[in-house]
Design a protein around this ligand. Structure first.
Ligand code: ZN
Length: 354
């Protein structure tokens, strides 16, 4: 029993030496010579190991007669959680019709405007302004289905003036508001079904380029998946030219090619596009963790959002989300099944744990 405690203390000491923020909240450490206890991530200079004792939490350290460090405030709520709470509060404030300035928002959550902007962006991957626009776009999609006129819908979604909205409509909806109102019926998506080593596969393209590559078990499910992705577009079976492009995609799925030189129609939020771009730069035969991708796009806090963006990928293999694994090397989830992920990585020469 004693041995195990000693090993755990060594792990805790390593966390202290590395100032691991992830260890905050799991334990505190106290220094005999100063009588002060700290969070693992405290920036203060480290004491000698022999003078350090570990406690499960602030209460235990205080009961043993130690005082809380003024710098890392281990008796207060976890600072990471405090920051997340502030961002969550700001998100709720942004999800209303009234437009708040950055200064007003920052004041509401008691942070300076400069820090608030940085904090919001590093947590959500979006600026407060983009967050509000995304929320309004979602509202707009909902109300366009109900409202009599586009202008009504635009106003109902909380856009301040419809004129400024129209200029950004194409960015917001991926098509103009009127087109969207008509159910996106100006958009035609061509698709083709084929067989690859992974099973069946569906490849779809818009006028802009390849917009979906979906491996699956049966055609019916694949067509349903496509309908769900592009509910308002006209979906038609592809012509011979497109069929030829599909052959190239299937060669990619079968591992006979490492890339396709086709125009892509990658649709997603700005954040998703950033993640997908990062995934496309992972070389064949290598893997990255979700954390590494989050760091690569300059948003080290957004690991969960990165995982969500991987799960939202519409272009199997072209955007190689199968090359993202857990930090431990475990494969974890894959939109098209962990077995397919394992098979793809095996083929690329990666031997991962499952
Ligand atoms: Zn401290």
């Amino acid at each position: 029993m004693k041995r195990i405690a000693a090993i755990n203390d060594e792990i805790r000491w390593q966390a202290v030496l590395n100032r691991e923020a992830e260890a905050d909240g799991q334990f505190v450490f106290a220094v005999l010579t100063t009588g002060i206890y700290c969070r693992p991530s405290c920036r203060a200079r480290h004491a000698l190991r022999q003078n350090v004792r570990f406690f499960p939490g602030a209460d235990e350290a205080r009961a043993a007669g130690f005082r809380a460090c003024k710098r890392c405030q281990p008796d207060k709520a976890d600072p990471h959680q405090q920051r997340i709470d502030k961002v969550a509060q700001a998100c709720r404030l942004l999800e209303q019709e009234q437009t708040l300035t950055l200064e007003q928002l920052a004041k509401e959550v008691a942070v300076s405007p400069y820090h608030f902007h940085r904090l919001f962006k590093s947590t959500t991957g979006m600026t407060p302004r983009a967050w509000q626009q995304a929320w309004r776009a979602r509202k707009l999609r909902e109300s366009l289905k109900e409202s009599e006129t586009v202008t009504d819908a635009v106003l109902a979604a909380g856009f301040p003036a419809s004129s400024s909205f129209y200029r950004h409509a194409d960015d917001t909806l991926g098509m103009t508001a009127s087109q969207y109102r008509r159910g996106g019926d100006d958009q035609t998506i061509h698709y083709a079904l084929g067989s690859c080593l992974l099973g069946r596969c569906l490849v779809a393209g818009s006028s802009r380029g390849i917009c979906a590559v979906l491996p699956g078990d049966d055609d019916e499910t694949l067509l349903a998946e496509l309908a769900q992705m592009f509910p308002n577009a006209r979906r038609e079976e592809a012509d011979p030219t497109f069929q030829q492009q599909v052959a190239g995609v299937i060669a990619l799925l079968d591992g006979q090619r490492s890339s396709v030189e086709l125009p892509l129609d990658i649709r997603g939020t700005a954040f998703q596009q950033l993640v997908w771009q990062a995934l496309r730069s992972i070389p064949v035969g290598e893997t990255r963790s979700y954390q590494q991708i989050a760091e690569a796009i300059g948003k080290p806090q957004s690991v969960r959002a990165v995982a969500n963006a991987c799960a939202a990928n519409k272009l199997a293999l072209i955007v190689p989300c199968h090359r993202v694994v857990r930090q431990s090397g475990a494969l974890s989830g894959y939109r098209w099944g962990v077995e397919r992920k394992a098979e793809l990585l095996r083929r690329e020469g990666v031997t991962g744990k499952q």
